[in-house]
Design a protein around this ligand. Structure first.
Ligand SMILES: C[S@@+](CC[C@H](N)C(=O)[O-])C[C@H]1O[C@@H](n2cnc3c(N)ncnc32)[C@H](O)[C@@H]1O
Length: 192
């Protein structure tokens, strides 16, 4: 039996305690929480970055602080609550675009982004929606960086995660994994 259970959260109306915890975890401790993703982004010169499931924009703020205004950053989140929080947090930034909606319903050009980041989002998406979402991300981005928790109590199974990317014609370029976390870069296989 698969011990991984999907738990549905209402991201449009999160409890106050969750909002408070997020501002501590993502805001104050963001330097540590986002470190694996930031380290990967520092290895290459990306000009356009998508933060898929950007939440309140904490990671975008960090990326923008690090790489300056010549990197175009787009945040997409399906939650109106979180996109509004990101808009407030990032209101002075001209190189940042924030879109609310489902990625497979937004009109996005092929290869619009050099890289799409999925930071702690995939495990929060209903399992029957995941493949369509990865397929859409694989069309609009040349590569995808996925950083996800692997714990059965709150996470996604590493083999499931890999089979999702493989099923839309992507190959794993590099990865790091331990018992609690996975981070990897995926690219389209030649011919896909
Ligand atoms: C745990 S939070 C992570 C936020 C952010 N990536 C970070 O690391 O700070 C998960 C986010 O995924 C978003 N999300 C869930 N399902 C989504 C979907 N189908 N499309 C886009 N965003 C989604 C939620 O609204 C929420 O903001």
């Amino acid at each position: 039996m698969d011990e991984y259970r999907y738990r549905e959260y209402d991201f449009n109306d999160p409890p106050k305690i969750q909002i408070l915890l997020e501002s501590v975890i993502y805001g104050l401790a963001g330097r540590f929480v986002y470190r694996p993703v930031i380290d990967l982004l520092c290895l290459e010169k990306y000009k356009s970055i998508l933060d898929f499931g950007c939440g309140g924009g904490f990671l975008i703020k960090r990326i923008s602080g690090l790489f300056g205004d010549d990197v175009e950053i787009t945040g997409i989140d399906s939650s109106r609550f979180y996109i509004n929080a990101a808009r407030k947090r990032l209101k002075d930034k001209k190189n940042i675009k924030l879109l609310c909606g489902e990625i497979d319903e937004l009109v996005l050009n092929q290869d619009l982004f050099d890289i799409a980041i999925i930071n702690y989002v995939l495990h929060d998406i209903r399992p029957n929606r995941r493949k369509n979402i990865i397929r859409s991300l694989a069309k609009c981005s040349k590569s995808i960086c996925a950083h996800e928790p692997l714990r059965p109590s709150h996470g996604i199974k590493a083999t499931k995660l890999r089979s999702l990317f493989l099923s839309v014609g992507m190959k794993e370029k590099s990865f790091k994994q331990n018992c609690s976390r996975y981070i990897g870069i995926w690219e389209r296989s030649s011919g896909s």
